[in-house]
Design a binder for this molecule. Structure first.
Ligand SMILES: Nc1ncnc2c1ncn2[C@@H]1O[C@H](COP(=O)(O)OP(=O)(O)OP(=O)(O)O)[C@@H](O)[C@H]1O
Ligand SMILES: [Mg+2]
Length: 498
């Protein structure tokens, strides 16, 4: 059975990647493009019996370049009548939104788009499709999304088996693990393997909101309950009714609110802020934290009674550095994955690149590895990822004379700003590992005005880098952000000067 397809048209690099990842985590196949013309070429593949080419949903940023939203929508309705389109925009025009809705857009939303919003759309879509199937007997490709947890590690397999065994119960689950280890992935896995899988999975990050807002997000509020409560609002508990509520970063919830949460869990009813009647709810709770719960309890930050209530099934995901065997597996998985998604022909990684990869600390765990491999797949020139592709710099053939050496040489991002869009730089900066920072040629390198001409400084930076790479020119060139040819020319120049 093939997974369903989604097309994303988003010019903002970071948002494109985040939405893509969100859908992939749910098991969808994703085509992500940044402009209208690429989107058109995907949509214009005729619908066929090969359901793989049919697209369930398009999410389109109407501000993408070369993108005419109305023309595109008409094309979709013409070529792929079963495909739904949701438009998004940062600065929407009312008339445009109205026109698009009239022409059959599924919805029009203002940025920022939350993943919960998208999940609710997916639910609506699957209900609509099911109704369509019953009414018209249409055969479509709806299959339950796959959630893939890749591991060969014994410890992880124990956690995974436990998750499988308890998925089908109503027991609360507490998932602990460092950032990026896969806590949310496990939460979704449990939900999708439970009897509740056709009901909503609603996630709420408890660290993201101040106490009063978090309370009304969780439990909802009545109209007029406080200033700004202009309409009645259902809380996450009600939205997740009969489904699963994922309370992410639960240790960040304020102490006072923890007591209210405990009451809801015990009584299975919620009191909306300003509400009179308790509302009955049937919700399975999965909570997660990357902090040491026991310590939070000792420090008086987390209620012990709530901890015991949540901790019916404790799952602890080991950090990536404790499961070396998974590194290769995840690495190959992400290479394959991003090669398909970004239409690259990358087949693997050279042994040298893998050696560098395995020496990384991966404090950001699987997420950090995933970002690094995604970037490497995009940077790789051949079929195999080379060591330099694992670094953020890829400035082949840029002459060092063109590099602006800023006074703030401690910032390794600044001197590359010419080669990438701002979004990409921000993304790379986030994904840069400690190892990369430590290797940067300007690390520990003090430049003062007395230290000579720019050319002298350049020469010192180059020799210093060569020292650091023990004479390896390819590696040094990559660290310096220049091509090996430029490095060779520079070295010849310095030799001639003597
Ligand atoms: N074992 C795995 N197999 C495949 N993908 C994984 C695995 N573990 C994590 N990932 C991927 O790594 C990314 C991070 O995972 P996730 O968001 O679940 O981590 P997290 O523990 O919730 O992180 P944070 O604490 O930062 O919120 C996701 O894209 C997820 O799909
Ligand atoms: Mg998370």
């Amino acid at each position: 059975m093939s997974a369903q397809r989604v097309l994303i048209i988003e010019h903002n690099f970071r948002e494109r990647i985040e939405i893509t990842r969100f859908f992939e985590d749910l098991g969808y196949k994703v085509d992500a493009v940044q402009d209208g013309s690429s989107a058109e070429s995907i949509i214009n593949i005729k619908n066929s019996d090969d359901t793989d080419k049919n697209i369930l949903l398009v999410i389109a940023d109407i501000d993408a370049p070369a993108f005419n939203a109305l023309k595109f929508l008409k094309q979709v309705k013409d070529v792929k009548p079963l495909t739904e389109v949701i438009f998004i925009s940062e600065h929407p025009l009312v008339e445009e939104a109205v026109t698009l809705m009239k022409h059959g857009a599924f919805d029009f939303i203002i940025k920022p788009v939350t993943f919960e919003q998208i999940e609710l759309y997916l639910k609506k879509l699957s209900v609509k499709k099911r109704a369509g199937q019953q009414n018209e007997g249409i055969k479509n490709s709806h299959t339950a999304p796959l959630i893939e947890i890749i591991t060969s590690d014994k410890g992880m397999q124990r956690v995974l088996n436990m998750a499988k065994r308890v998925a089908d119960s109503t027991a609360s689950v507490l998932i602990q693990g460092e950032s990026g280890t896969g806590k949310e992935l496990f939460a979704r896995f449990i939900h999708h393997n439970s009897k509740r899988s056709s009901m909503p999975f609603v996630a709420l990050n408890c660290a993201a909101l101040p106490e009063n807002l978090l309370e009304s997000e969780l439990f909802g509020h009545e109209k007029g309950a406080f200033t700004g409560a202009i309409t009645r609002k259902e809380g996450k508990f009600e939205l997740a009714n009969n489904g699963t509520l994922f309370l992410d970063e639960i240790t960040e919830m304020q102490y006072h609110l923890q007591a209210k949460l405990l009451r809801v869990l015990q009584e299975k009813t919620v009191d909306r802020v300003g509400g009179r009647e308790p509302v009955p709810v049937n919700v399975r709770i999965i909570a997660s934290t990357n902090r040491d719960m026991k310590e939070s309890i000792r420090n008086g930050e987390f209620r012990e009674d709530l901890y015991h209530r949540l901790n019916t099934i404790p799952l602890t995901i080991p950090p990536l550095r404790q499961r070396q065997g998974d590194l290769r597996l995840l690495c190959d998985h992400f290479i394959k994955h991003y090669s398909i998604i970004d239409a690259r022909d990358v087949k693997g990684m050279t042994p040298e690149a893998y050696q560098i990869l395995s020496s990384q600390k991966f404090t950001g765990n699987v997420r950090e590895l995933q970002n690094m491999i995604h970037r490497a797949v995009l940077l790789a020139e051949g079929e195999f990822i080379e060591p330099q592709d694992l670094l953020m710099e890829d400035f082949a053939d840029v002459d060092i004379d063109d590099v602006d050496i800023d006074e703030d040489t401690s910032d390794p991002i600044k001197d590359n700003s010419y080669s990438k869009s701002l979004d990409e730089i921000a993304y790379s900066a986030n994904a840069m590992t400690d190892a990369m920072r430590n290797e940067h040629p300007l690390r520990d390198f003090n430049i003062n005005i007395e230290s000579g001409s720019l050319r002298d400084i350049e020469e010192r930076v180059i020799y210093n880098t060569l020292d650091r790479t023990e004479g390896n020119r390819t590696h040094a060139a990559k660290l310096l952000g220049i091509s090996v040819r430029t490095l060779r020319n520079k070295l010849n120049e310095y030799k001639e000067k003597r």
